[in-house]
Structure formats: C-alpha cells, structure tokens
Design a protein around this ligand. Structure first.
Ligand code: SIN
Ligand code: FE2
Length: 216
C-alpha cells in the first residue's frame, strides 16, 4: 500500500485537555525500540497475566525499569521484581529512556522521569478493555504511550466509564501522552485486526512509561 506519510515529519494532534498525540514521533527509533523489547523479553518473557477475577488477559505483557506492573491474587501492583523469576525487572534500554524524554518534552511534560515501562504485545484479537491507569501513586506524572507495529483502534473517553469515547487509529510510531486533567481518563484498545508489519510481523507492541513511585 502506498503510504503518503512515509517520509513526513512527525506532527501533533490535540486529544483532550493535557493529552496529545505525537504522530510518527517514534518512527525513526522504532528499530532500536524493537531491539530493546527483544532484549527485555529474553530476561523477562512476555506472559498472559491473570486478573484477580481469574480472567487471562489477551494482551501479553512484560516490564522494564525499576518497577513493573503485574497482577496477583489480591490485585494489581508495581513490584521491583518479576514474579516469574523473582529477579529484578531488566533496566530500561537507553533507546526507551531517550524517546520517552523527547516525547514528554514535546507534549509539555519536561520533568517526567519514568521508573516503570509496561510492554504490551497484541496478537490478532487481543484487546484491552476500557480502564483507567490508576495504580500509580503520583498522578502529577503523565503516561507516555508508544505504538509499534500493526495499527489498533484506541478509545479515549473521560473520567466516567460511560463518557463518550473518541476512537482513533494508532499507527506505527505514534506516541500518545496524557496527564493533567486527562490523567485518569478511561481508555482501551479494540481487538487487533490481523496483519503483517515489516518490523513486528503479526503483532502490535505498546510501551507505556509511568512514574510508579511517589517522589516529593
Ligand atoms: C494501556 O492502556 O496501558 C495500553 C494502551 C495501548 O496499548 O495503546
Ligand atoms: Fe492504560
């Protein structure tokens, strides 16, 4: 397919108060980010976490950074160790830290210092139902979300679960940043459509950078 935007410079689209989409912002670094994902996954493999309600998530996940997000019988938590190995999560690859910082600056959050990066892998059919990112204690810090590989429909709503949803296609290299007024807005990913991406094959990957500790 002819991609009219293949050589375009990244551009910015406002999404909501405090939220913006940096289109194609991660495109140039995508191969380095994918290499980072592969490296993390050799230490902390992708796994389908089981929710406290006993449901197996369709998205496969792993983490890097000082803290990682995981589920256990009592709920969701950030932990410095991978529950699969009881070892620390692998450090954030340099390409991750650099890209996240540049995106946060571009979106107006120059002081964002993530200590956790959740890595999601979507196979065809995988989805993430509508939720809030509310396990982080310091809601002054935004979320920086990087999309790689196959496109997916992102839903972005409001503070209430039944607020109207915007639906937008997130494509390879797109970065969404939300914070401030929209930090707790509901969001989700509709079931991934099958496809074949030159860099990621049959998958979509998503990195979400978070500050998961409370720093004065
Ligand atoms: C998330 O909500 O944590 C991930 C969103 C995405 O995969 O784009
Ligand atoms: Fe989320």
């Amino acid at each position: 397919m002819l991609d009219l935007f293949a050589d375009a410079e990244p551009w910015q689209e406002p999404l909501a108060p405090g939220a913006t989409i940096l289109r194609r912002f991660a495109l140039a670094r995508a191969p380095a980010l994918m290499a980072g994902i592969a490296q993390v996954a050799t230490v902390a493999p992708f796994r389908h976490m089981i929710t406290p309600g006993g449901y197996t998530m369709s998205v496969a996940m792993t983490n890097c950074g000082e803290l990682g997000w995981a589920t256990n019988a009592r709920g969701y938590l950030y932990s410095p160790v991978d529950p699969l190995s009881s070892q620390p999560w692998p450090p954030m690859p340099e390409a991750f830290t650099a890209l996240c910082h540049e995106a946060a600056v571009a979106a107006g959050y120059p002081d964002f210092r993530p200590d956790a990066c959740l890595i999601n892998r979507y196979a065809p059919g995988a989805r993430l139902s509508l939720h809030q990112d509310k396990d982080e204690p310091d809601l002054r810090a935004p979320i920086v979300s990087v999309s790689l590989g196959l496109p997916a429909v992102f839903q972005f709503g409001g503070l209430r679960r039944n607020d109207p949803l915007k639906r937008l296609l997130l494509e390879h290299g797109d970065v969404v940043v939300w914070g401030g007024e929209s930090r707790l807005f509901y969001h989700g990913i509709q079931p991934l459509k099958p496809g074949d991406h030159p860099l990621t094959g049959e998958y979509r990957y998503n990195l979400t950078f978070r500050q998961a500790s409370y720093n004065e």
